[in-house]
Write a protein that binds this ligand. Structure first.
Ligand SMILES: [Zn+2]
Length: 237
């Protein structure tokens, strides 16, 4: 597996699906050194190419910045990799349909089999509990660690008034979860609007969640997404 090429593809896939705008980001733990991760420099994800990928240690210091600007919220990635040895890929996004759930008391719940992981829990990180008067961004190791703590063992966490993080043991799974978290949020909003306030919605139960999650690695979608994302790019571009 060419990790850099996969990460270039991941950036473009998430942009294509409207999950990350000019500001979201995706990283992967280095297969050569589990105490390092790869993340694009500060550039719109849709424009990321091979030369934009930088390597970081888990304190989120660039190994060789090559004069390039790092994304300010990189501590999200480093601190989650520290806290979660099982996680090998992290996506941070401002997924538009997900944000409303971060500012209401209505939790995201699993209602669609492709996003059954929602049933494993999607906690909501309240940055105000850690620091008052922030611009909501995770710009320090302290806030990154607090977010990682709030995420706990979950596959995703909301970030109040800001966006979300999704994680996976592989890049395809973290990317797929981000795409399907956005779809699931949209479907839940649609279901709520169909039934009206207090109306009955049939969510997946715990047994259905447990039965569905292990198979959801987005393995069929990934090669298609990747091929489309890299089409037109020259090798090592
Ligand atoms: Zn952000």
């Amino acid at each position: 597996m060419n990790q850099v090429e996969d990460l270039v593809a991941a950036n473009r896939i998430l942009a294509e699906h409207g999950v990350i705008d000019a500001y979201g980001h995706v990283s992967v733990r280095s297969q050569n050194d589990p105490k390092h991760y790869l993340l694009s420099r500060s550039i719109a994800p849709e424009l990321v190419t091979h030369g934009d990928i930088l390597e970081y240690d888990l304190d989120s210091n660039p190994v060789d910045p090559r004069g390039r600007e790092s994304v300010r919220e990189r501590f999200i990635h480093g601190e989650i990799y520290k806290a979660r040895p099982d996680v090998n890929a992290v996506v941070h996004n401002h997924s538009p349909s997900v944000v409303p759930f971060s500012v209401t008391a209505i939790p995201m719940r699993p209602l669609f089999h492709m996003a059954a992981f929602v049933g494993e829990g999607v906690p909501n990180f309240e940055i105000r509990d850690e620091e008052k008067g922030t611009d909501l961004l995770i710009k320090t190791p302290y806030l990154g660690a607090a977010l990682a703590k709030s995420l706990g063992k979950s596959p995703a966490a909301l970030m109040r008034g800001h966006g979300s993080v999704t994680v996976g043991e592989s890049l395809p799974r973290a990317v797929g979860r981000s795409i399907y978290l956005e779809l699931s949020a949209r479907m839940q909003l649609q279901a709520i609007s169909i039934v009206g306030p207090g109306g009955k919605i049939v969510y997946l139960d715990d047994g259905e969640v447990r039965a569905s999650v292990p198979a959801q690695d987005y393995g069929r979608a990934w090669p298609m997404w990747r091929a489309k994302a890299l089409a037109g790019l020259k090798p090592h571009e």
